[in-house]
Design a protein around this ligand. Structure first.
Ligand SMILES: C[S@@+](CC[C@H](N)C(=O)[O-])C[C@H]1O[C@@H](n2cnc3c(N)ncnc32)[C@H](O)[C@@H]1O
Length: 275
C-alpha cells in the first residue's frame, strides 16, 4: 500500500480497531479491506478514515455495524456443489471407517456451509457419530447460523445445489416454511457447537478429522493464510481432510508439504500420516 494520507489513516484505523476491540484486520488483503471501509466511511458520513476512527473509538454502537462491512458474508447451501460431491464420494467413505468424527467449519458465516455438511452427513449415515464445530468472528453471523432460518427466495438455488451435489433426498425434507422463511430442522444442529474463533489470533481448539474452510482465506494476505493453514495442519488428526474453496489452494504455503492433494479439482487435501 502506498503512503498517501488515506492509506496512513486506514492503517491507523485498523490499529485502533485491534487495540480497542481485538479484531485484527491488519493482515487482510488491503485492496479489499480498503474498498469495504470506503463504503463504511460513506455510510457513517465521515470524510476521512480518521473521522471514522474517532467514531469507532468513542461510539460503542459503531464497531458491530462496521464488522458487517469488514467481513464478507456471501454464502449458499451446497455452494459449489462439486465440492460437496467430492466430500460425499471421496471423503465420506474414508470417514465411515472411523468410530467418531469431528468436523470444523471455519468461517461458517450464517451457517449455510454447516447445514450443507450436516445434511450430507445425515444422508451418508455419518451424523450420529459426528460432532460439528462452527466458528466465525462475526457474532451476528453466528446467531444466524444458530437460528438456521433462510429467506424463501433462496430455496430454489439451494435445492438445485443440493441435487447437483448428489443429494439423496429432497431438500424440503430438512426445513419447514414458517414466519416468511425456511426454518431448518433443529435436529440438524443437535450435534453442533457454535463458537467465536478467529483464524488470525486464536489457537487450535480440537483435534478434528475434517476442516471445511472455504472463501475465507481469499481475504487474507499470504502471511495470514500461512498462519491459518498451519493452524489447520495442527488441528487435524493424522490423515484428516482439509477442504478449501475453489479460489484457494496450498501451493504457495510453507505448510504445503504437510498435506497431499487428495482431490485436486475439489481442493480437498489430506494431512500426511506422519507430521
Ligand atoms: C464469504 S464468507 C464464507 C462463508 C462460507 N464458508 C462459504 O464458503 O460459503 C467469509 C466468512 O469468514 C469470516 N471470517 C473473516 N475473518 C475471519 C477470521 N479471522 N476468522 C474466522 N472467520 C473469519 C467472515 O465473518 C465470514 O463469515
Amino acid at each position: 500500500m502506498s503512503d498517501n494520507t488515506d492509506d496512513i489513516e486506514l492503517r491507523l484505523l485498523l490499529d485502533a480497531i485491534f487495540r480497542k476491540y481485538h479484531y485484527d484486520f491488519r493482515g487482510y488483503s488491503m485492496a479489499s479491506i480498503k474498498r469495504r471501509l470506503l463504503h463504511a466511511r460513506e455510510k457513517f458520513g465521515c470524510g476521512t478514515f480518521s473521522l471514522l476512527q474517532d467514531k469507532v473509538l468513542h461510539d460503542p454502537t459503531v464497531m458491530p455495524e462496521l464488522l458487517t462491512y469488514l467481513t464478507v458474508q456471501v454464502s449458499e447451501l451446497f455452494r459449489d456443489p462439486a465440492y460437496f460431491r467430492g466430500i460425499r464420494q471421496h471423503v465420506a467413505p474414508f470417514l465411515k471407517t472411523y468410530p467418531s468424527i469431528k468436523v470444523w467449519v471455519a468461517g461458517c458465516s450464517g451457517g449455510e456451509e454447516l447445514y450443507s455438511l450436516a445434511i450430507l452427513f445425515r444422508e451418508e449415515g455419518l451424523e450420529s457419530r459426528t460432532m460439528f464445530y462452527a466458528t466465525d468472528i462475526n457474532p451476528k453471523a453466528l446467531r444466524r447460523a444458530e437460528a438456521g432460518v433462510y429467506e424463501l427466495d433462496r430455496l430454489a438455488a439451494f435445492t438445485e445445489n443440493h441435487q447437483l451435489s448428489g443429494g439423496k433426498s429432497s431438500l424440503s425434507d430438512y426445513y419447514t416454511a414458517a414466519y416468511g422463511g425456511a426454518v431448518f430442522d433443529k435436529t440438524l444442529r443437535k450435534r453442533v457447537v457454535f463458537s467465536d474463533h478467529s483464524l488470525v489470533s486464536d489457537t487450535v481448539f480440537a483435534e478434528v478429522q475434517l476442516i471445511s474452510c472455504r472463501n475465507v482465506l481469499i481475504y487474507f494476505d499470504r502471511e495470514l493464510q500461512d498462519r491459518a493453514i498451519g493452524l489447520f495442519a495442527d488441528s487435524l488428526s493424522r490423515q484428516g481432510f482439509l477442504g478449501l474453496g475453489a479460489k484457494e489452494n496450498l501451493r504457495f504455503s510453507r505448510h504445503a508439504d504437510r498435506f497431499i492433494e487428495f482431490s485436486k479439482e475439489d481442493r480437498i487435501y489430506q494431512k500426511r500420516g506422519a507430521s
